[in-house]
Design a protein around this ligand. Structure first.
Ligand code: SER
Length: 605
């Protein structure tokens, strides 16, 4: 085994695939540019979806790159030896060019050749798709692995959960995959120990996906016109295996951060399992936060969407930093180490260094203030409980701490555990649910005309709602009717009649149309006319029966006309950038869109 570092791995990988006729393309932003359906780029294939569906790529049909990725689905697994929120993925693609034969043979060559990674072939284990009623067992991949010398006993056939890549619920390109694992030499966890069992004996480093199907809206799988290959090799994991390390945190990618954490804590952090896990969580979350803030389309902490993910990562790191005894301001030296380790690969981190350090620190301080208030309150409560010899903290009290003080339930639970007090989790969940139901009702009652208030932010979203409504009718058809609208200063929510889930392309088109009207700087004009006149003029009238004889019509340039009480902005250029955050069902035949306005690109931080 050779001790390859991440820098060499990236270079070797791209050079290897360049030698096989691939164009080396640069990775994309962590914030997807044309896909409103996800918050972050989650895999190398993500920015390439249009090309996987058949659009020609300017660089050709064989591509390779290194892509920054964020996955938040595994956040609770972070702290073990291998799960990461941010990671780098090396990938090679065939857009309707080569298929299984070449892809698997090249994977094997890159993994085992002396000039490349030189893994001992005897440590390699692979998995393939076992087949089900949607698609047959991937016999071709089995045959190719066998020809390359992997014996049957190291080839495992697994179901869709393990060996299928593609849109889980949604439509789009998908197919069976074959995953490559290295045996770490650890003892088996039992007779059923196998790659993917999760015990850590087998370490997954690479995945070759064969996109030969397209999942349709009715749930069926059709053969894809263009057969693609999408592969993903995790940089951190592969480097760990190449260096014979038990965890990704022991590689040079994390060592400076782990050393900094130990220095700040003033002690070794690998002695106890709890310390080790806390240190890994802090390292993972802050590294992710650095990359999210430092992206070309940087994000700041907030209560919605990406901002919320970022907030959660930073706050979670504060929580675990406390277990390590780190002091306020701990994010700064960690952020600096991350930036130093990666600036030669991702120059945007260096360029945005001041902003990264500042945002992390500010969020840390905001959370500290919240925690101090909550802690003081919890202390008081626990004092009373002790005085009365009570041993279980009622769920509604835990909820009040959360609701009034923003004090996370996990904190309450941790502190109570330390003091041998039980917490009624079920009661907390019930109080939480009840609160949600009540605030839903309250919202319905207090929202006159669908607006939470008359603030400038709500007014902007109200005008955006009119643009959205019109755009939906253009893209989906005139059958689209407003079924409900609920606007707060942060977001709009719009329910409308439409039988099907919108496709990503339709969502992108609607978003594009709305942003197009914003860019046209259309004037918004109001006139008072009779309902009859309004209808004759083609204005969309909702719930028309409720309106008086004379009605107000708001016209947005030549794009939309709607009977409405207002208020609205004067010109669409005040709106910023419109973004659809979510499209989902809201009852039979009714869809719901959540959308927000962001500062237009180029403005603000
Ligand atoms: N898309 C696949 C993955 O992320 C292969 O790149 O594992």
């Amino acid at each position: 085994m050779i001790r390859v570092k991440a820098d060499e791995l990236r270079q070797m990988y791209l050079a290897f695939f360049a030698s096989k006729g691939h164009a080396v393309i640069s990775g994309s932003s962590l914030i997807p540019e044309n896909d409103p359906t996800v918050l972050f780029t989650t895999a190398g294939m993500h920015p390439l979806v249009p090309y996987l569906l058949g659009e020609p790529h300017p660089a050709g049909r064989r591509l390779c790159d290194c892509q920054k990725c964020i996955r938040t689905g595994d956040i609770d697994s972070v702290g073990d030896t291998s799960h990461l929120t941010f990671f780098e993925m090396l990938g090679n693609w065939s857009l309707g060019d080569y298929f299984k034969e070449e892809a698997i043979a090249w994977s094997y060559e890159f993994l085992t050749a002396r000039a490349y990674l030189a893994f001992d072939p005897a440590t390699l284990h692979v998995t393939v798709f076992a087949g089900d009623r949607d698609a047959p067992r991937d016999e071709e991949s089995v045959a190719i692995w066998r020809r390359l010398g992997i014996p049957e006993r190291r080839i495992f056939a697994l179901p869709k959960d393990d060996n299928w890549w593609g849109p889980a619920g949604q439509t789009g390109p998908c197919g069976p995959d074959t995953e490559m694992f290295v045996d770490t030499g650890k003892a088996a966890c039992g007779p059923a120990c196998r790659p993917g069992c999760g015990c850590g004996k087998f370490f997954e480093i690479w995945n070759d996906v064969f996109m030969q199907y397209e999942k349709k809206a009715d749930g069926s799988f059709a053969r894809l016109g263009q057969r693609n290959v999408d592969t993903g090799m995790g940089v951190e994991r592969t480097v760990a295996m190449l260096q014979g390390r038990a965890t990704v945190y022991e590689t040079e990618l994390f060592a400076p951060v782990m050393d900094e954490l130990a220095a700040s804590a003033g002690r070794r952090l690998d002695a106890s399992a709890a310390d080790a896990a806390a240190a890994r969580i802090v390292a993972d979350h802050l590294r992710s936060a650095v990359f999210i803030v430092g992206d070309a389309h940087g994000v700041t902490p907030g209560n919605l969407g990406r901002g919320y993910v970022l907030r959660r990562l930073i706050r979670r790191s504060v929580r675990f930093a406390k277990n390590l005894g780190l002091k306020e301001g701990f994010t700064t030296p960690i952020a600096r180490r991350v930036i130093e380790s990666y600036r030669h690969v991702y120059p945007e981190l260096e360029a945005n260094a001041a902003r990264i350090v500042d945002e992390l620190l500010k969020e840390e301080q905001r959370f500290e203030a919240t925690l101090d208030r909550g802690l003081a309150e919890l202390d008081k409560i626990l004092g009373h409980m002790r005085a009365r010899a009570q041993s279980t903290l009622p769920g509604r009290v835990a909820f009040r701490l959360f609701d009034t003080y923003g004090f996370p339930f996990e904190f309450t639970a941790d502190i109570c555990r330390e003091q041998n007090i039980a917490v009624d989790r079920q009661g907390f969940d019930q109080a939480f649910e009840k609160h949600r139901a009540v605030s839903r009702q309250g919202a319905d009652k207090s929202f006159k005309g669908g607006l939470a208030d008359n603030s400038a932010a709500t007014t902007r979203l109200h005008t955006a709602t009119h643009l959205l409504h019109r755009a939906l009718r253009i893209v989906l058809g005139e059958h689209v009717r407003q079924r409900g609208s609920n606007i707060t200063p942060d977001r709009l929510r719009f329910d409308f009649s439409h039988p099907d889930r919108m496709t990503p392309a339709q969502i992108a088109e609607v978003e594009g149309l709305v942003n197009g009207q914003i860019a046209r700087a259309l004037p918004v004009a109001m006139e008072t006319v009779s309902l009859e006149e309004a209808k004759r003029a083609g204005a969309v009238a909702l719930f028309a029966v409720k309106y008086e004889e004379q009605v107000k019509v708001y016209r947005i340039g030549d794009f939309s006309a709607e009977v409405c009480g207002g208020p609205h902005v004067r010109n669409t250029r005040e709106l910023g950038r419109f973004r659809i955050q979510k499209e989902e069902s809201s009852g039979a035949g009714v869809r719901r869109i959540r959308a927000a306005l962001e500062e237009a690109a180029g403005e603000g931080a």
